[in-house]
Design a protein around this ligand. Sequence first.
Ligand code: F6P
Length: 549
Amino acid sequence: MSDSPLLTRRPEWTALEDHRAEQHAHLRELFAEDPGRAERYVVRVGDLRIDYSKHLITDETLALLQELAGATDVFGLRDAMFRGERINLTEDRAVLHTALRAPAGAVVEVDGENVVPRVHAVLDKMSDFANRVRSGEWTGHTGKRIKNVVNIGIGGSDLGPAMAYEALRAYTARELTFRFVSNVDGADLHEAVRDLDPAETLFIVASKTFTTIETITNATSARTWLLDGPAGLHDDKAVARHFVALSTNAEKVTDFGIDPDNMFEFWDWVGGRYSYDSAIGLSLMIAIGPDHFREMLDGFRIVDEHFQNAPAEANAPLILGLLGVWYGNFHGAQSHAVLPYSHYLSKFTAYLQQLDMESNGKSVDRDGNPVEWQTGPVVWGTPGTNGQHAYYQLIHQGTKLIPADLIGFARPIDELSDELKAQHDLLMANLFAQGQALAFGKTAEEVRAEGVAEEQVAHRTFQGNHPTTTILARALTPSVLGQLVALYEHKVFVQGAIWNIDSFDQWGVELGKVLAKRVEPALTEGAEVPGLDPSTTALVAAYRELKEV
Ligand code: F6P
């Protein structure tokens, strides 16, 4: 049991409450009083320029937040994580996704064993396999070249590679087709393979545990399609050329019928939502090639080293984490929007939803006591320009405080035509315009000065004062993607440390899994399922009736 004071009773916490009660200045006033904040509230890490000037903060707010970080020993927990201590308490595991991007000569020990050589051995095995698929040396069972790669996985075994494949499309082998199947809805696999030739298709079954029902069900159906589908190969030996596995569980992989030589290993100290830079990234590596994959790992490492070494006041993940605490715990914000101004980042926010919400969606502290403070926010968002024509209205003029991250790049990808490249300035003009409109709004006086009729003034007034962080980089390269992901990983870590929760377990997912297994026989066989509540019993009966119509 920890003997440290309850978070909300710490003097650093109550000092922030007092400060919040006194702080009413609008961003318009904060900038008028202190224009220098535009330059001062910028932190650089790697290729990222992170502008946090449009936040409801002053130097005093930042100082008080830093005191909270000091009092809750965020850096102490950070060091314990990097040292390989078992900070995932409820699963009694080390948390070492940072070892996945450690350089070859580094030493990171888990239970006295340096894991870095194992990490690099798997990376080498992945590189060799990826090169063989990309070059056509690895053929299918009939000797045909592999043209299609289908990743089957869910949660962290899907969202990371799917997001990164989308983000780095410009770097992918365009002659190969990549698909990502996650949903146990048979439609997902059906749509993914309906136009593919089994003889040219490689399935990558990605599952840390290799017990996840969605993944095992889809993988089994994929094997049936490969062998017995309309263009089936009708030879069990084909499985060895068309199925590989990414897992920590060699036994289950073998039970499934995948040759252990075709398994790419990772370890229990890599959380699912922190795993796409492990073997789980194999589909991505085949898509972008081993060199680009390693560049991405270098990007992760840049931010890891920054998080470890940068002083608190210039430490980007710490600052972003503290800003989230400021809004969630002292301003009552319930959600956080991530709004990339990049089509290639269309899956980035969905990826962050698991990273953040599965990590920090907790209501007991590390000792199991109920928390008396808000923990992780609802994370949401889609690419910014599309959002502008959908939900931005609520951010601008609704009643909720929604801090947002705006992410953009100075350069479009080289491949675009000149005409399409020219659209990039318009895209980015939208990002900058939104940041300004959200922060500064439009006063009633400004609206009146435009000659707007009095009865319309209230409707056309924008209160502003909506905080945003703007993250800018020159271009979305593999390294920059790694930097962005590591930035958010460590931001989530900082918040979990302050809230004193275990950010690395996910027991909340279990109950639904157990119940689904119990309910299924009631749907398929009409079996009596003891313990179903009356509402669910009625729903099951209605479902069975509809099924028969
Ligand atoms: O949803 C719970 C979860 O355990 C996630 O944490 C994980 O990413 C996902 O399921 C998939 O798990 P696995 O990789 O073991 O199939």
